[in-house]
Design a protein around this ligand. Structure first.
Ligand code: IVH
Length: 717
């Protein structure tokens, strides 16, 4: 830090400016320029300086994100520009967009000869509306929407959100003296899952007063309304900006600020996250296409959305269209199918997973949720069932969002209370049928023996999970172990699905993975729904799987805590299976990224005679790989580089391309930023390619990658 000023006051300014910049890179651009440790060092330097000069602490200092006091309640805030709601329609298809476009054109007195109206289409984020007030570029207040006129002052909680700038960035454009930014506070799905996982662990460890959250929206709302800012800070929130409230003076944005799209660009310049999923659309056809496109991507987005919002782009037209009651005529929301629905619990089954974990699963009356029909939903573990008090006959809320397994989030309380009372609920309420539902079943208990193999069920201290102690004696664990072995990223045995494995294990044809390689055409052809052709194909797939790589084989063995990345590290470090099998826990600890838990698990696995026997049998059946070379000695041409994949490559699958890059020491990331070294692009590459061009990131095709790695041996078949 040679350029660190010697004078305390100057140093303070310099540190704050650095920290603001790096927080923006990290939280908003997703492209940190310095390591976390360096950020921490700057942060601590600022903290020390402020401790020496307490009167220099200002509310926009990066140290002030957390540090407010516990409140008795929230002060009321009057919104100077009301926070409106949007007219929401559920007729999602083309007719909805068409009706909106018709209304807009009619109000604006446009004729069919006029060109299509320009709109901005945005996701309808499923979080909480927030108004952020900046005076002279500094965040002075954050308020909830409330009734649109009066909201609550939640400033100290909102400060804890890394994506919310405490001070506006002023490099790209001037900052208005007063600026209110409107947007949505939300929680990402992965953050939500991790938070709930943490909560479940806390509950299992006996923490009082803790609960899990029903969905990301509720978790976000709970965090925003926390009276203790330290708790709010521990709940991971995110933010998207989508509009402005008061801007003063009104022309502060500059003369060229004439559309909603300009507003979004300005917000981005000032340092706010604006969703990449926002698009400019011309006319109704493009709105319909946007709706369809976003609907198809919905499950893969990292956050929940409940629909789309269309906004007339031109601000003068927005003003001309005005409002009806509290809703603007220039915007409309169209909903997607709900991700939460009510249904009835018909039964509670217990499933046994690959590692023997017992999972209670609710059998449900079929319900359409998040775009698919759901009949099973996870209840996670016994504690969760008891805490939510889910019983057979209950009416429950089921949630299915993204690729996450559907889960029962809560029992509908009124239905529960009434159903367990002596008499049924009032006949005349629309929900009367819920109250007369079958009587509630007994309190759920995990069985004492495995429902599949009858072995004892154990629960380790401080563990939320019950496990079957049967190991590979248990057919359920055996089936899962075989499916794990056969999956694409492991041995890649095409055509070996769960129905087939069920039959093979149930009929005693396959007791363990080596038996797969002893199957003959006759045996296979006897199975249900197995034509000669598919039997031949399966045998070919089994044959092809024998030629593999050490990382794939290690992953396929299903050693606890050994995922693909760990398997790669183990293979790289030891070079050969024999050396790995003989490794002591201390030697295993020398492997990059391997800690005591994984080291112990790997060691224990290879100490078990039956596991060594399985490995020997597989090798005797012809399973083989190249030792010592591929993983361990591959030249690390791409060490330290981050690559992004997009589009379809001529010969390599995504997994293969990823394996090549990682085999040469590179990393593969999902999004393009200034830090990306190169984008590997194939046919029909999408927005990542555009982004790469925009940022001047190098773009390479498959041939280019191969040329780069010419001397590197190819890993991953
Ligand atoms: S614009 C006048 N844009 O939807 C229009 N709202 O009923 C003001 N919401 O609770 C809102 N995503 O928090 C707008 N892209 C988006 C939105 C959005 C979600 C929420 C908003 C409010 C409700 C409006």
């Amino acid at each position: 830090m040679t350029d660190l000023p010697a004078d305390d006051a100057q140093r303070l300014q310099w540190l704050r400016q650095q920290l603001h910049h790096h927080a923006h890179c990290y939280y908003v651009l997703d492209a940190p320029e310095i390591p976390d440790a360096e950020y921490d060092r700057l942060f601590q330097a600022l903290q020390a300086l402020e401790a020496a000069h307490p009167d220099w602490v200002t509310p926009d200092s990066p140290t002030q994100r957390v540090g407010g006091r516990v409140l008795d309640g929230f002060a009321t805030v009057r919104h100077r520009v009301p926070m409106l709601s949007i007219r929401t329609e559920t007729d999602t298809e083309a007719s909805g967009a068409r009706a909106f476009d018709d209304r807009v054109r009619k109000e604006l007195e446009l004729t069919p000869a006029d060109p299509p109206v320009a709109y901005v289409a945005e996701p309808k984020f499923d979080g909480l509306a927030m108004s952020l007030r900046y005076e002279d570029g500094v965040l002075v207040q954050a308020a909830t929407r409330g009734d649109g006129e009066l909201g609550e002052d939640v400033t100290q909680n909102i400060r804890t959100i890394g994506q919310v700038p405490l001070r506006l960035q002023a490099q790209a454009r001037a900052v208005p003296p007063v600026l209110e930014v409107r947007g949505e506070v939300y929680m990402r799905r992965d953050d939500f899952e991790a938070l709930n996982e943490r909560q479940r662990e806390r509950i299992a460890a006996g923490a009082k007063g803790e609960k899990t959250f029903v969905n990301p929206r509720n978790a976000a709302a709970g965090a925003v309304r926390q009276l203790d800012p330290a708790i709010a800070a521990s709940r991971p929130l995110s933010f998207f900006a989508y509009g402005v409230g008061e801007v003063s003076p009104p022309d502060a944005g500059g003369p060229r600020w004439s559309s909603h799209h300009d507003t979004l660009l300005a917000l981005r310049d000032w340092g706010f996250p604006v969703s990449d999923a926002v698009a400019r659309c011309h006319g109704v056809e493009e709105l319909v296409a946007y709706h369809r496109r976003l609907g198809a991507q919905r499950d893969r987005l990292p956050f929940d959305i409940d629909g789309v919002v269309y906004k007339v782009d031109r601000l003068d037209w927005q003003r001309a269209l005005g409002f009806v009651t509290r809703e603007p005529r220039w915007a409309v929301a169209h909903k997607y199918p709900a991700q939460e629905q009510m249904t009835t619990v018909l039964g509670i089954d217990v499933q046994v997973g690959r590692t023997g974990k017992l999972t209670p699963v609710a059998k449900l009356a079929p319900v359409f949720v998040g775009g698919v029909t759901v009949t099973n939903a996870t209840l996670h573990n016994e504690d969760e069932v008891l805490r939510k008090d889910v019983r057979v006959g209950d009416t429950v809320i089921v949630r299915r969002a993204g690729d996450v397994i559907p889960e029962v989030v809560a029992v509908v309380p009124s239905a529960r209370a009434e159903a367990s009372a002596d008499h049924a609920g009032p006949e005349d309420t629309p929900q009367a049928d819920l109250f007369t539902a079958a009587a509630r079943g007994p309190v759920f208990r995990m069985p004492a023996v495995c429902p599949v193999c009858g072995s004892a069920v154990v629960r380790e201290a401080e563990e939320a999970n019950h496990r079957c102690s049967g190991g590979l004696f248990c057919p359920a664990q055996r089936k899962q172990a075989i499916l794990h072995y056969a999956q694409r990223r492991a041995m890649d045995i095409e055509g070996l699905g769960d129905k087939l494995v069920d039959q093979m294990v149930d009929e005693g044809m396959v007791r363990g993975v080596p038996d797969l390689y002893r199957l003959g055409l006759n045996a296979l052809a006897r199975l249900d729904r197995m034509a000669d052709k598919s039997a031949t194909n399966l045998l070919q797939a089994l044959e092809a799987s024998k030629q593999t790589t050490l990382p794939r084989f290690l992953f396929a063995l299903g050693i606890r805590h050994v995922g693909e990345a760990t398997a790669r590290e183990l293979a790289r470090h030891f070079g050969g299976l024999d050396r790995l099998m003989e490794a002591s826990p201390e030697q295993l600890l020398e492997v990059r990224d391997i800690g005591p838990v994984v080291a112990k698990s790997v060691h224990t696995f290879f100490q078990q005679p039956h596991n060594r026997e399985v490995v020997a049998q597989l090798q005797a059946c012809g399973v083989h790989w190249e030792e010592g070379g591929a993983a361990s000695d591959a030249p690390q041409w791409l060490a330290g580089q981050t690559w992004v994949l997009t589009g379809t490559l001529p010969t390599l699958s995504r997994d293969q391309a990823k394996a090549l890059i990682e085999g040469a020491g590179g990393k593969v990331s999902g999004s393009v930023s200034k830090k990306t070294h190169a984008v590997l692009a194939g046919a029909e590459a999408g927005s990542k390619l555009d982004k790469a061009r925009e940022l001047g990131v190098r773009v390479i095709d498959e041939a280019g990658l191969r040329a780069l790695l010419q001397a590197a041996p190819v890993d991953g078949g």
